[in-house]
Design a protein around this ligand. Structure first.
Ligand code: ZN
Ligand code: ZN
Length: 148
């Protein structure tokens, strides 16, 4: 699938299906996306062909720097986040607005960090609160999405 920002300067491809999709209400996602919550697709790192260096400006929103969040260097749209935590699989997440349509994307599976929300979500999806519960839920969704 093709990922493109609104100005077109940042463009890259995903080579495999997303593992899952979720809404994240954490304050870092709020700040990164300048929105009440983020709509995020999680990929294995090897399934995303990252944009060429310089296209995206990466920033660490909270130390340690094992999560690098990148915005388009031209228009500032959140484009890609790279996870390099040592004890997790290597993952890359892409915000929903980078995709042209919902047609080939899975439906969101859950709400993360719901205790940090600025507005309520009126849907039947599971809502995870607290850091520890969110870590467990994240690992659970990774496990459910595993494939050979
Ligand atoms: Zn978040
Ligand atoms: Zn752009």
């Amino acid at each position: 699938m093709e990922c493109t920002c609104s100005c077109g300067a940042t463009s890259f491809q995903t080579l495999g299906m997303p593992l899952f999709r979720f809404f994240c209400h954490c304050t870092i996602c709020q700040r990164f996306n300048d929105a009440p919550f983020a709509d995020i697709l999680v990929f294995r790192a090897e399934d995303v062909a990252l944009p060429p260096p310089g296209t995206v400006i990466f920033d660490t929103y909270r130390p340690p720097p094992n999560v690098q969040r990148g915005k388009c260097a031209t228009c500032g749209q959140p484009a890609v986040t790279v996870f390099t935590a040592r004890f997790l699989p290597r993952l890359v997440t892409v915000p929903r607005p980078m995709f042209k349509s919902d047609a080939e994307l899975p439906s969101p599976a859950a709400h993360g960090f719901y205790d940090m929300r600025v507005s309520d979500a009126n849907d039947p999806l599971p809502k995870y609160e607290g850091y520890f519960r969110n870590q467990i839920a994240f690992l659970k969704h990774l496990w459910l999405a595993r494939r050979p």
